[in-house]
Design a protein around this ligand. Structure first.
Ligand code: SAM
Ligand code: SF4
Length: 461
């Protein structure tokens, strides 16, 4: 039991959140903030001030997992200084390691699985009142979709709001831990999504980012017959959302009806994140990806044929078991052929439960590092070339926040998802403005608003 004096009890309780990993984790962390705010927890950016620390973890790559362990090691000192502090570990590492995390880190109080966030306020309350440390990892069957996705509520009022539309994955790519820690695919009923998006828009969101491990297989298992393309059309017709984006798509599930949405829906930004992972068919097969390099390129051609202005980003991996120099060259060939606007590249690492961890012919760390360097140099040249080709064009920029580029500058993104820094004040936040691109860099553009500033319809897209 905590012995709080009256003055201390009057202080607001504080929550510190540290999020590792993907946008889905960011969304889950927002959900935890909302849930604990109902119990009086205000967010703090200083871990030393916190009464509860929530560490939202990622285990997709070995490096991400190591970062989690090193953060937890650092939190030990805070617990020594303030024994009433409650440390919670959630996310994929929590799901994967469960109660063994409590054994390894004796100062951690609560381990909560990826499908159990809805129970967190109750668990925090009971641990505060003296209940023992606990790992709560309900079975797949136990949780309802409310537990999984939360209430429909407009919590964030940022310019860009994430909305999860599905959870889990059924694809079992041989390198990937996600199906084991996030469970089978579950889609959220379309009505709930529409309500949440409209609420967010009414609270000030201009852009909504639909999230899922494999959004374009949305609809599986739902009683309603709604495909992902139907969901996009419903959102465009029935809500006031200004911009729509989604991530992540699987190439094998990229259908013509979804491609057609880029033609028909003015709200849908011309950008798609379409991970290809490798350029060699032999490796793609061993990865269990369900497409060949040629089929991938064909889908890109269909996208560009339908929407010539579309920009493409992707994930790729080097050093999958058995990947030869020749296979790797095919990855570079695919990159030269497609010319991605942006690319997220990773070294393969063995993950628990996955099939590939048992595959022979592992590539040495040194070789993986050298392939990654070569691949990233190629992509840097492609990205810069593409960014330079933006100079002189006018693009519609949604201004999101103050810029990291310096004082008096704001930052936003073009429909193609390029970051643009421009001079201006907070008054521009949330506005869609036409901007002439004046300079291009490796990771961003610089632009000048086309005067007079006004709320514009789509241009340059
Ligand atoms: N669902 C998405 C898809 O199908 O591409 C990706 C989700 S995964 C969380 C994000 C990225 O992490 C993957 O696209 C892949 O490139 C990378 N990744 C996954 N497992 C990995 C592993 N074992 N080693 C290195 N990178 C990995
Ligand atoms: Fe992992 Fe493959 Fe599912 Fe993506 S599609 S989450 S890479 S198993």
């Amino acid at each position: 039991m905590e012995g709080l004096c009256v003055n201390q009890a009057a202080q607001p309780r504080r929550l510190y959140v540290h999020t590792f990993g993907c946008q889905m984790n960011t969304y889950d962390s927002l959900r935890v903030q909302r849930l604990l705010a109902q119990d009086g927890y205000a967010l703090t950016t200083n871990a030393a001030d916190a009464d509860v620390i929530f560490v939202n973890t990622c285990s997709v790559r070995e490096k991400a997992e190591q970062k989690v362990f090193s953060l937890l090691g650092r939190l030990r000192r805070l617990k020594w200084r303030k024994p009433s502090l409650i440390i919670v570990v959630g996310g994929c590492v929590a799901q994967q390691l469960g109660s063994s995390l409590l054994e390894r880190f004796p100062f951690v109080d609560i381990v909560v699985g990826t499908r159990a966030l809805g129970s967190l306020p109750n668990i925090v309350r009971s641990v505060r009142s003296g209940a023992p440390r606990v790992a709560h990892l309900p079975d797949q069957d136990e949780e309802g979709w409310r537990e999984l996705f939360g209430q429909t509520e407009a919590w964030v009022t940022d310019v860009v709001a994430p909305v999860t539309v599905m959870q889990g994955c059924d694809n079992f790519c041989t390198y990937c831990i996600v199906p084991y820690v996030r469970g089978r695919e579950r889609s959220r009923p379309s009505r709930e999504i529409l309500q949440e998006v409209q609420l967010l828009v009414e609270k000030g969101a201009r852009e909504v980012l639909l999230l899922g491990q494999n959004v374009n297989s949305y609809g599986k298992g739902l009683q309603e017959k709604t495909r992902f393309s139907d969901l996009l059309r419903l959102l465009a017709q029935e809500t006031d959302v200004v911009r729509l984006r989604f991530t992540t798509s699987h190439p094998k599930d990229l259908t013509e009806d979804l491609i057609q949405c880029f033609v028909d829906l003015p709200q849908l930004c011309p950008h798609i994140h379409l991970p290809f992972q490798a350029g060699s068919d032999r490796i793609l097969q061993k990865m269990h990806r369900g497409y060949s390099a040629e089929e991938y390129i064909r889908k890109v051609e269909l996208l560009r044929g339908a929407c010539p202005e579309i920009s493409l980003s992707a994930d790729v991996m080097v050093g999958f078991p058995g990947e030869t120099r020749e296979d790797f060259q095919k990855t570079l060939d695919l990159m030269r052929c497609v010319e991605f606007d942006a690319l997220f590249s990773f070294r393969y690492s063995d993950r628990p439960y996955t099939a590939a961890r048992l595959f022979p012919d592992k590539v040495s760390e040194q070789e993986k590092a050298s392939r990654l360097t070569e691949l990233q140099a190629l992509q840097a040249a492609i990205t810069l070339k593409k960014n330079l080709s933006e100079v002189g064009r006018t693009r519609e920029v949604l201004v999101e926040s103050t810029s990291k580029a310096g004082r008096g500058q704001m930052s936003g993104r073009t429909p193609q998802n390029r970051i643009v820094n421009l001079e201006g004040s907070q008054a521009l936040k949330g506005r869609l403005i036409p901007v002439t691109i004046t300079e291009a860099y490796a990771h961003s553009l610089k632009g000048r608003p086309v005067l007079p500033l006004r709320t514009s319809s789509r241009i340059g897209a």
